[in-house]
Design a protein around this ligand. Structure first.
Ligand SMILES: [Zn+2]
Length: 313
């Protein structure tokens, strides 16, 4: 059984304590079954799964395993079009303020009409607007889990596991893997790891997979320090040798992909995108109930590419 199907069947949600714990103990056992050493590294509220020797690895492959809360509208990302991304964020913010204010005004009018005291109504209205707005924001950040999270980020976790399995046994010691906790709460897991492993933060080539399952275009975003890394050319060569999906390489400068790689100086992001005429590459559906697709072909290409890269080290 492919890891993507297994994860969706056995660990469909990884958000509360018990769900995360049961996933972690399975993944540690699975890594050991493949011949890797694995442990859970706890710092603060985050429990990262570290597979292999991250401090001495030539390269590290990562993905966040936590499940986001569900939202009525997607976290729409256009990594090559920063303007559209920012406009979308602004529209979303205005929408939240508008809905919050609307609810508050409604409460104020109701209280005013029922009590006949419009001063109290006005107070309830303004206070209610603020409370409703903050309630919406908190719900978006800490609300109930998105039961459908095939792309964000079961696809990334499956890519890490497939890569682990596809690297020949004799090459497995050169690389390490990390499954980060709490990306959706503000990259808490990866920032905890980076602060504890300064060498990795500054020097190790790290490839992070977040939302690699929807859209046939496989995009890589690399900051300058990663592009100057001794292993970067090998990574490009190994991935570009794979067939079946269009692969594009972009500089991180002038682009935008908000995920865990940003905590590391040589952190590269991989995502998959659809493409539209005016806005260019985009990720949709994520954080909504429509996040149901994680293409096995995308995962296979990434895993084969990263496994070939590990072999070339
Ligand atoms: Zn994600």
């Amino acid at each position: 059984m492919a890891y993507i199907d297994l994860l969706i069947e056995k660990f469909p949600i990884r958000k509360n304590k018990a769900q995360k714990e049961s996933f972690r103990s399975w993944v540690v056992a699975e890594a050991e079954k493949l011949g890797y050493t694995a442990q859970v590294e706890k710092k603060g509220s985050s429990n990262n799964v570290v597979i292999g020797d991250a401090d001495n690895a030539e390269a590290i492959f990562t993905a966040h395993y936590d499940t986001p809360p569900v939202m009525p509208v997607p976290n729409f990302i256009t990594p090559c079009n920063v303007l559209v991304y920012l406009l979308y964020q602004i529209v979303l913010t205005v929408l939240i303020i508008g809905v919050g204010a609307g609810l508050g005004v409604l409460a104020g009018v109701l209280v005013g009409a029922l009590s006949g005291d419009w001063d109290v109504g006005a107070m309830v209205g303004s206070l209610g607007s603020m409370i409703a707005m903050w309630a919406l924001i908190i719900l978006m950040m800490f609300g109930p889990a998105n039961k459908n999270n095939a792309n964000d980020n079961t696809s990334g976790v499956a890519s890490v596991l497939e890569t682990m399995a596809r690297i020949p046994a004799e090459n497995r010691g050169k690389v390490a893997f990390i499954l980060f906790d709490n990306e959706e709460k503000g990259m808490l897991g990866s920032s905890a790891f980076a602060s504890k492993h300064k060498q990795v933060k500054k020097q190790t080539l790290l490839v992070n997979m977040d939302c690699v399952g929807l859209g046939e275009n496989i995009l890589f975003f690399s900051p300058k320090k990663a592009r100057n890394h001794a292993h970067y050319e090998k990574l490009m060569a190994a991935v570009n040798a794979q067939q079946g999906r269009p692969v594009e390489w972009f500089n991180m400068e002038g682009h935008l992909y908000p995920s865990d790689q940003s905590q590391f100086k040589c952190g590269i992001a991989i995502c998959s995108c659809k493409k539209a005429k005016v806005i260019g590459y985009y990720c949709d559906r994520i954080h909504t109930k429509h996040d149901t697709i994680a293409d096995a072909g995308n995962i296979a290409l990434i895993a084969d590419g990263l496994a070939a890269f590990a072999q070339s080290l």
